[in-house]
Each structure stands twice: as C-alpha cells, then as structure tokens.
Design a protein around this ligand. Structure first.
Ligand code: BLA
Length: 293
C-alpha cells in the first residue's frame, strides 16, 4: 500500500547515506557536529536536524533535515571531497510541502563538463544510462535560474511534482543509486600530487561554496525559520563550511556580473533570469543549450 503523506520523511535517506558511506570509508564526526546538532525554529513548530562527518577523502559530509508541522520536509545533503581529489560534489536538495516537491539530485561537477571533455569522460560518461533511467521518471522541472545550470552535470535530476504523484519511493531509489555511484567514484580516485591541479580543485570548490552560500534558493526560508543571525551561521559555518577558509576571493570576484554600482552584491538570485524550459542535455549526455540562453 502507498505511504500516507504523513509518513513522508527524508530521515531514512540520511540513514541510508551514512550506512552506505560507512561501507566504503571510515566516517569520523566532524568538529561541526558538536555545534550543529538539533534545533527548533523560532515559532517552535519546525525541527532542524544536522549531521556532519569527514573521512580520508571527504572534507565534509553534511546533512540538514527540516521537518515542519504543515508537512514541510526538506533535505539538503552534500558531500564535499578533500581538495586533493577532483571528485564531483554529491548534491541532494529536496523541498516538499503539502502542495509540491522540488527536487535537485546530482553529482555536481567540480570542473566544467561542457568544455572539459576529459573531466566529463572521467566521471560521467559511464553514468549517462543511469541518469537517463531516472530523468525519464522525473521529468524536467521547467525553467530554472540560468546561472545554476553551470553547476549541474549531464545526469542532473531537476523535477517538480505534487505529492499526489507518490514518487517518494522512487526518489529514495534515485538517491541511493546516485550515492552508490558517487561512492564508487570515491573508491577509485587517487589523490592529486601536482600542486597546480590541487589549487585548481581548491579554487573550483571555493567558487562553488561561494555561489551556494550567497545564492542558494533555500536561504530565505532558513532565515524565516531561524532568524537572520543563526541562518547566516548555518549557511557559512555548516552547510557551506569552507567558504571562509578555502580561499580569499569574494562572491563578486567569481561572479562580477552581480556587482552593483556601489560595490555591493546584487540581491537578485539571477542576473540572466530563468531559462531552460526543457532538459538541455540529450540522452547521450551532450549539452544542447547555449549556457546563457
Ligand atoms: C528551489 N532549489 C530550488 C530550485 C533549485 C534548487 C534549482 C528551483 C528554483 C531555481 O530556479 O533556482 C537547488 N540550485 C539548487 C542547487 C544548486 C542550485 C542544489 O544552483 C546547486 C548549485 N532548498 C534547500 C533548503 C531549503 C530549500 C535547505 O536545499 C529550505 C530551507 C528550499 N528550494 C527551496 C525553496 C525553493 C527551492 C523554498 C523554491 C523557491 C524559489 O523557487 O524561489
């Protein structure tokens, strides 16, 4: 029988992820674990649960699970590799209310998969069939912040659907398969020793963190739940930990198009606007769209 809507939870996703990752590596609690555990929203109606770990190849594995009274459920789960590795960043962002689920699941590429064929071949070509299997079951969610596309891979799952479609079990299976794929990549990757390549990995990860710490679509809701000060701390010191430590560059240095005349960062999420009405990757994993379209 189908699950009743009240049973919908992302906690079992986190549980699976930790168990499965432990089959591949020794996870130690991150120093962040002490400070960021469990907290309640200002109005007391919502709970936020956080977990964070590290391992020899993982700089930070962290998850934020939000459970609200009005059947709101959020999962923000990510794995950031240590900078000696050019592994993709594992990224699962699910936002569910009584009316709608917004789903983003991907192995976000550290380097550009459109211009860097070797990078695409190394990490994605063999995963295209898996991506096709799921992107057929999770149709493209429609127009999206254009700038975000550059952070996504040919196997990205971007979808929106009402809970009545009962896709929770399917999403769980996609999450498990994508995580298992990432863990296999991790098993096989060897540490880079060329310092210029390590610097490139470092800068790419810092640029990614800088983007998400400034422009992630969830920030506004997080501020509403926890207040401005705590939200900022969760974003910069937990979710995107490293943004203040891995590099000196500021948001404007990476994304100068957001610079206002007075030097501040334009508060708009997107300068280009939303685009990509349909999936811009074909079933062979070739990018068909103009990145700024
Ligand atoms: C919406 N979240 C979205 C959307 C994307 C993402 C693409 C659709 C809106 C858009 O076009 O931007 C996710 N965007 C990403 C990710 C990257 C990116 C992962 O660029 C990586 C590079 N989501 C969360 C958390 C919350 C959350 C923690 O992860 C809430 C606390 C909420 N996501 C959330 C909400 C929306 C959303 C409320 C809809 C809001 C909107 O469309 O403005």
């Amino acid at each position: 029988m189908a699950e009743p809507p009240s049973a919908l939870t992302y906690k079992k996703f986190v549980h699976f992820a930790l168990e499965e990752t432990r089959k591949h590596t020794n996870l130690s609690p991150s120093p962040l674990q002490e400070k960021f555990g469990c907290l309640s929203s200002i109005d007391g109606k919502t709970e936020l649960h956080m977990h964070s770990f590290e391992s020899p190849k993982i700089r930070l594995l962290r998850s934020l699970c939000i459970e609200g009274s009005d059947s709101m459920q959020v999962l923000d789960f990510a794995i950031f590799p240590r900078v000696e590795f050019d592994l993709p960043i594992f990224c699962a962002n699910f936002f569910t209310t009584a009316a709608m689920s917004i789903v983003l699941l991907d192995l976000n590429p550290l380097h550009d998969v459109i211009s860097q064929h070797d990078y695409k071949k190394k990490y994605y070509t063999h995963l295209i069939p898996l991506g096709n299997e799921y992107t057929e079951l999770f149709p493209w969610g429609g127009k999206i912040t254009s700038e975000s596309m550059k952070f996504f891979s040919p196997i990205v799952i971007w979808s929106k659907f009402p809970p009545s479609q009962q896709k929770h079990h399917l999403l769980y299976s996609a999450f498990c398969d994508y995580l298992k794929s990432w863990l296999q990549l991790m098993d096989h990757v060897t540490a880079e020793t060329d310092s210029s390549k390590i610097i490139m990995n470092l800068e790419a990860q810092h640029r990614y963190l800088t983007w998400r710490a400034e422009k992630d679509p969830g920030h506004q809701l997080l501020r509403r739940l926890t207040g401005e000060t705590l939200a900022k701390e969760i974003i910069r010191s937990f979710l995107f930990k490293g943004v203040d430590e891995l590099g000196m560059k500021m948001f404007i240095d990476y994304f100068p198009e957001y610079k206002c005349d007075d030097g501040t960062v334009n508060q708009k999420r997107s300068m280009v606007g939303k685009s990509f009405e349909s999936r811009p990757w074909d079933t062979r994993g070739e990018f068909m769209g103009n990145t700024s379209k």
